[in-house]
Design a protein around this ligand. Structure first.
Ligand code: GLN
Length: 197
């Protein structure tokens, strides 16, 4: 059997542990990524939910923004959830923050409102078989605008909450908090399709 693919979780801040567990559950060999050396060894990456401004600032401080952009341009598969989706985006509404800028979307942070800041929804995600995905929306963003390369995978109340662009997957919600692993499995499929790096 081939070795389990090494898949990283960007581990500056956020719900890192839940993603490590989800990756383990689908048969990956998960590793925490904070430094360039740690990034070098991975074949796929998860950017967790948390606080996107903090994740961006720390990625900048660790000198990871440009190397990560290069890895993504070279085809590194990435799954970003919630703050992770924001971090991947080309543009965020409101004050500027450090973004990777690899996903051709404009996102609205905390878009579902502060009063009803958190909710759970069963989300039909195109490309994910076996019934809807249970998603936790925690001060979740939505995709306000998407470029031509971006495929919309899911909507909630008419708002785009999951997208794919090539080997990038992004959800506005947290699948990992409910033990959902199908998006992590999809990430592994993208890693496998790409072949040995
Ligand atoms: N509101 C957070 C942000 O803008 C994201 C929330 C989350 O990841 N659950 O970074």
């Amino acid at each position: 059997m081939a070795d389990a693919p090494r898949v990283g979780v960007l581990a500056y801040q956020g719900d890192v542990r839940e993603h490590l567990a989800a990756l383990e559950a689908v048969g990956a060999s998960p590793v925490e990524v904070r430094t360039l050396a740690e990034l070098d060894g991975v074949e796929g990456l998860v950017v967790p939910g948390g606080e996107s401004t903090v994740i961006g600032k720390l990625a900048d401080r660790y000198g990871l923004l440009e190397p990560l952009r290069e890895r993504v341009a070279a085809g590194l598969p990435v799954l970003g959830t919630c703050a992770g989706m924001i971090f991947l985006a080309r543009e965020v509404e409101g004050p500027p923050q450090d973004l990777l800028g690899v996903l051709d979307v404009r996102v609205r942070r905390n878009a579902f409102g502060r009063q009803v800041a958190s909710f759970e929804a069963e989300v039909e995600v195109k490309g994910v078989d076996g019934g809807p995905v249970s998603g936790a929306f925690i001060r979740a963003p939505w995709v306000a605008e998407a470029g031509p390369e971006v495929e919309v995978l899911a909507e909630v109340d008419g708002k785009v909450v999951a997208v794919r662009q090539g080997s990038l997957l992004a959800t506005a919600f947290h699948p990992e908090l409910s033990g959902e692993v199908r998006l992590h499995r999809w990430l592994l499929d993208l890693v496998a399709e790409r072949g040995p790096s």
